[in-house]
Design a protein around this ligand. Structure first.
Ligand code: C2E
Ligand code: MG
Ligand code: MG
Length: 655
């Protein structure tokens, strides 16, 4: 039974193995011309030698028909040799080939058997030789089609051996035995060859499968290494790879491209207020909104945190950049619905063009960053294109940073003091210390400038320490009811040891801690809310007071005011310029004053320059005020004179 099954398998098409069927057809296709060449040459040789000795139908017509059929097959094959068959069509084609082999084998065998009786011994030997060589040649050509090769072998060997035995000639019988034995050996060779062939096909397939797996794996790895898993946008690494490729291409072709950096304003607040999971949802939504602007030649990437990048492969005109930037900013400023809340953020974009803004990847990226920086400082929520003005700014920044690093801060840093005035008691209640830097090369540098640069370089820690010591030295000379208000940077409270250091300086100075008020801006608080909370709590526990400075310029989130241990809120001076003429400014000031009253906080109104402004804010309920109206920032040496004058004259407000 098993043998029968094997025999059936050997004579049939491996239908369940498409790869093998395809390879068989392919391999056989290559042998077809040789197969018909052998058949035609051998047949013609035999037909020609039998021309005189056999009837015409046997020496001309019969072989003529067979040869014509061979040529037709050969031509047909030539025409369709390039076609690739589907498995459904390949199986019947293979079956057809097996049948054709059987028919051709029978036809050619019959012809040679019919020739046999006519010839002399030589001619008979030629026919036998013809059969043997043609059989071996054809079997070799059919090697890849085991079924066809075995079928042909069986037809020829069985028919011819039987015929030779039938002649009863001992020589022919010996030939028949010989032929049968060789036939059996050939059958084994066919089987062995076929198995090797099938094995190679399977091995190839396995190799392909494993190569495919490796490719998929490496594609996955590549994807993971170049895609940001949160937003599915390309990540920083892939952004810089594209940036490098674009710069190389631009240098080669003389073309250009644009780099844009996008930073979200207010993202930190979302994280702090609604939690990191909501922050992640916002970033995903930002990714979706940015992708809506992607088009051939414009790619977006997430560079990390709330920073995104955009590359415009073909350099765009400035107007187009502004227009695209405005649309992106507009899309980013739409409300974000997260976990049942609505978060509001804006995005600022800094653009730089290659090669105008920079001729290296780093330069052009830094220039886009500079434009972004300017945008975030003065034009939040809008696109800013890098210009030479920004360049000057960068140069100036690096010069200031360099000088600051090498300066003798002990001797170059000074303080000015600006009074904080209580309009009700008509007394100066405090003095805000304002840092001043006089550098030999740069002259007087504005505090906003050197403080910002010092913050970037961590030099701020030293700057703060020097200024705080100097300020405390002055306080010890002041009347005991006057407190010191001292400005801190975000970095100063960015770790608990840093905050501890400030407290230690105050305690070491001998100035009572409750005479010291530390001012911190909203932006500083929002950098790291948790840390700001613990640092400010530590400062409070030491007995110092803390104020929220410049309220109204940052995110003005009431939740901060509520959650941090502030004693005082200072309303930013930007609201004062038109508080006496603009009802909106008036309303804002009033609502902050009301808020402070409700929360039991002290409120200082900053930047009052005219009596009319002071009258308005006093009518709104303000009591503590600061501004040029009450005194400009003054040198330490001028403080005592100032105090004497105000005690004698007071300030004419609300009269
Ligand atoms: P600030 O803490 O809000 O300080 C008030 C600023 O407003 C001071 O500018 C002051 O001169 C100015 N000012 C006061 N009254 C008026 C007014 O009536 N009209 C106008 N137009 N301006 C007025 P200044 O001294 O240039 O300081 C600017 C900022 O630099 C400060 O804003 C503060 O944020 C920062 N700063 C100053 N000194 C230090 C410091 O020692 N450390 C730190 N970290 N920051 C400082
Ligand atoms: Mg201040
Ligand atoms: Mg202020």
């Amino acid at each position: 039974m098993v043998r029968l099954a094997r025999l059936r398998e050997a004579l049939s098409v491996a239908e369940g193995d498409p790869e093998l069927v395809r390879s068989q057809l392919q391999a056989f296709g290559r042998q077809i011309p040789l197969l018909y060449f052998i058949l035609l040459v051998n047949t013609l040789a035999v037909a020609i030698t039998h021309l005189g000795s056999t009837p015409a139908w046997l020496s001309i017509y019969f072989p003529g028909v067979l040869c014509t059929l061979c040529i037709i097959r050969c031509v047909r094959w030539w025409r369709v040799r390039q076609r690739v068959l589907t498995h459904d069509k390949a199986v019947p084609e293979l079956r057809k080939l097996i049948w054709l082999t059987g028919i051709f084998g029978t036809a050619f065998s019959s012809w040679s058997l019919l020739l046999f009786p006519y010839g002399t011994a030589y001619e008979q030997a030629q026919v036998t030789f013809y059969m043997a060589t043609t059989l071996v040649g054809c079997v070799f050509c059919l090697m890849h089609l085991r079924a066809a090769a075995l079928l042909l072998l069986s037809i020829v060997v069985l028919s011819f051996s039987a015929f030779l035995v039938y002649t009863r000639s001992p020589i022919f019988i010996a030939m028949a035995i010989d032929m049968t034995l060789v036939g059996v050996a050939l059958a084994f060779i066919i089987e062995l060859y076929y198995r090797t062939f099938a094995g190679v096909v399977h091995a190839q397939r396995e190799l392909q499968v494993s190569q495919q797996k490796t490719q998929t794996l490496s594609d996955d790895n590549f994807r993971l290494a170049s895609i940001d898993s949160l937003t599915d946008l390309p990540n920083r690494r892939s952004f810089f790879a594209s940036l490098r490729a674009l710069s190389e291409q631009a240098l080669g072709t003389g073309g250009g491209f644009n780099v844009g950096l996008i930073d979200l304003d207010g993202f930190k607040q979302v994280n702090d207020i609604y939690g990191h999971a909501s922050g992640d949802l916002v970033l995903q939504e930002v990714g979706v909104r940015l992708l809506a602007f992607a088009e051939p030649g414009i790619f977006f990437a997430r560079l990390g945190g709330d920073e995104f990048g955009v590359l415009a492969q073909h350099k765009l005109a400035n107007e187009t950049l502004v227009e695209l930037g405005e649309r992106v900013c507009e899309a980013l400023s739409q409300p974000y619905r997260v976990a049942g809340n609505v978060a509001e953020l804006t995005g600022t974009i800094g653009w730089a063009a290659f090669p105008e803004a920079g001729t290296t990847v780093q330069q052009v990226f830094e220039r886009a960053d500079a434009a972004l920086y300017v945008g975030k400082e003065s034009r939040r929520g809008t696109p800013v294109i890098f210009s030479t003005e920004h360049e000057t700014r960068i140069r100036r920044s690096s010069l200031v940073a360099q000088e600051l690093r090498h300066a003798d801060l002990e001797s170059e840093l000074l303080l000015e003091f600006q009074p904080i005035y209580d309009v009700l008691t008509q007394r100066t209640i405090g003095m805000e210390a304002l840092g001043r830097w006089h550098n030999a090369r740069l002259g007087a540098v504005r505090p906003e400038e050197f403080i910002r640069i010092a913050e970037r370089t961590d030099l701020i820690l030293h700057v703060t320490e020097v200024l705080l010591r100097k300020a405390l030295e002055e306080v010890s000379r002041w009347p005991s009811d006057l407190y010191l208000s001292f400005n801190l940077s975000a970095i100063d409270i960015s770790t608990s040891p840093r905050a501890r250091r400030l407290v230690d300086i105050v305690l070491d100075s001998g100035v009572p801690a409750h005479h010291v008020n530390f001012e911190i801006t909203e932006t500083a608080v929002t950098r790291d809310f948790e840390q700001a909370h613990s640092s400010l709590t530590m400062i409070k526990q030491a007995g110092c007071r803390v104020s929220l400075d410049d309220f109204g310029t940052g995110y003005s989130s009431l939740s901060y005011v509520h959650r941090l241990p502030f004693d005082t809120i200072k309303i930013d001076r930007s609201f004062m310029t038109d508080v006496d003429s603009n009802s909106a400014s008036k309303k804002i000031v009033k609502s902050v004053l009301d808020l402070c009253r409700n929360l039991g906080l002290e409120c200082i109104v900053e930047g009052l320059e005219t009596a009319s402004q002071a009258d308005v804010v006093q009518a709104l309920g303000a009591r503590a005020m600061q501004g040029y109206l009450f005194g400009r920032p003054m040198r330490a040496s001028a403080v005592s004179t100032y105090l004497q004058t105000t005690v004698e004259q007071g300030h004419a407000v609300g009269t």
